[in-house]
Ligand binder design. Structure first.
Ligand code: EPU
Length: 339
């Protein structure tokens, strides 16, 4: 466990915002979590947990303690005839972990290639892309409770996964730390998902059949084309969620805008593409000072350099207000606002 005072968080958030943590503690091993819980500067319930920083907007300096999840490790903890159970430490890089599974021919995570961030944060918002969610390959996770200091194993049902949602955004918010995530991955009879149009087009353009490897490569190429690399241009992927609206409301919108991309949901609502709404409202590729919505994907808020959290949030609110004015739709941030 290593402590720093007044540490810059710029290296630890993908917007590259130079906010400061009053105290930053690096938890390099899983055992550090229990030590931290009883440390005089612990205040576990008030702790801001820092994972890959790829889904946070720092609007101010962070008082108290920020704890960085930095422990690593991957281990096969079970095997059946056609599945492997891979347990991965919270501090492992997500994309490296996907590549690790793809290289071994284990199926399940290939559509989730190149998503920034660390493994421990992935269940919190049930990361998803190209027709697949983390929940589809999830077996269980180990959760350290701040209250009791005990480690519980949480099942799929315990986690209450939804669209960019889980129990960790609800009842278990601030209650503890995800230590590791166990994935159930196919070793045979892979269920390959290529229904998302962009994957089919990419595979066709490459003249390739769908496989774990080729889907991963196709997704990497699609993401590199559309989504800015946080190392080059500060961003946190989609800034807003795609709103799920009542079918009647969407019918009314579609009558006026036949091009509106729609995705019917099992519960009868219809998700509409927030990126499309933002583009129609005129924000795609438009820069205001050091911030703007990305030129290739209007759902991505970008920091062109040096913008602070309030500037980025002010722009997000401008976009929100303008989409509401034009379409009567409220866009909800996907990204966590801190401060
Ligand atoms: N669209 C536009 N203009 C834009 C952006 C999108 O018209 O500027 C239209 C597209 O043409 C398409 C539709 O909107 O018809 C959907 O666009 P896209 O396929 O790019 O996906 P998305 O709905 O904008 C979601 C996820 C992404 C994920 C992609 C691919 C959310 C909030 N975002 O974006 O996840 O990679 O689907 O599956 O659900 C993230 O969460 O950070 C993220 C990048």
């Amino acid at each position: 466990m290593t402590w720093e005072d007044h540490a810059s968080l710029a290296p630890y958030n993908t917007f590259g915002i130079d906010a400061r943590a009053e105290r930053l503690v690096h938890l390099e091993t899983e055992a550090c979590v229990a030590d931290y819980r009883v440390h005089p500067h612990g205040y576990p319930h008030q702790t801001v947990l820092l994972s890959g920083g790829s889904n946070m907007l720092l609007c101010a300096d962070v008082p108290g303690t920020t704890a960085r999840i930095a422990w690593k490790g991957r281990e096969v903890i079970g095997e059946t005839e056609d599945h492997v159970l891979l347990q991965v430490a919270a501090g492992e890089n997500w994309h490296d972990t996907v590549l690790y599974t793809v290289q071994r021919g284990w199926g399940g995570l290939q559509n989730l290639s190149l998503i920034p961030g660390l493994v421990g944060a992935a269940p919190v918002q049930n990361i998803g892309a190209y027709g697949v969610e983390l929940a589809d390959s999830f077996d269980s996770l180990r959760f350290f409770s701040w209250d009791t200091g005990e480690i519980r194993t949480l099942s799929h049902a315990d986690c209450a996964f939804g669209y960019r949602d889980s129990v960790f955004k609800g009842a278990l918010k601030g209650k503890g730390v995800i230590l590791s995530v166990t994935f159930k991955l196919s070793t045979q009879h892979h269920a390959l998902k290529t229904s998302y149009g962009a994957i089919q087009d990419e595979l066709a353009a490459r003249g390739q059949e769908a496989s774990i490897q080729t889907i991963s490569e196709a997704v990497i190429a699609i993401r590199q084309n559309k989504l800015p690399d946080p190392k080059v241009l500060g961003n946190s992927g989609s800034f807003f969620k795609n709103p799920a609206l009542p079918a009647e409301q969407v019918a009314g919108m579609a009558a006026r805008h036949p091009q509106l991309p729609q995705y019917p949901q099992p519960d009868g609502t219809i998700k509409v593409a927030a990126g499309w709404l933002i583009e129609q409202a005129g924000w795609k590729g438009k820069r205001v000072g050091q911030v703007g919505m990305h030129a290739q994907q209007a759902l991505v808020l970008v920091n062109y350099g040096g913008a602070n959290g309030p500037e980025l949030w002010a722009h997000a609110q401008r976009v929100q207000a303008s989409v509401f004015e034009q379409f009567g739709v409220h866009l909800e941030p996907e990204v966590n606002l801190i401060g």
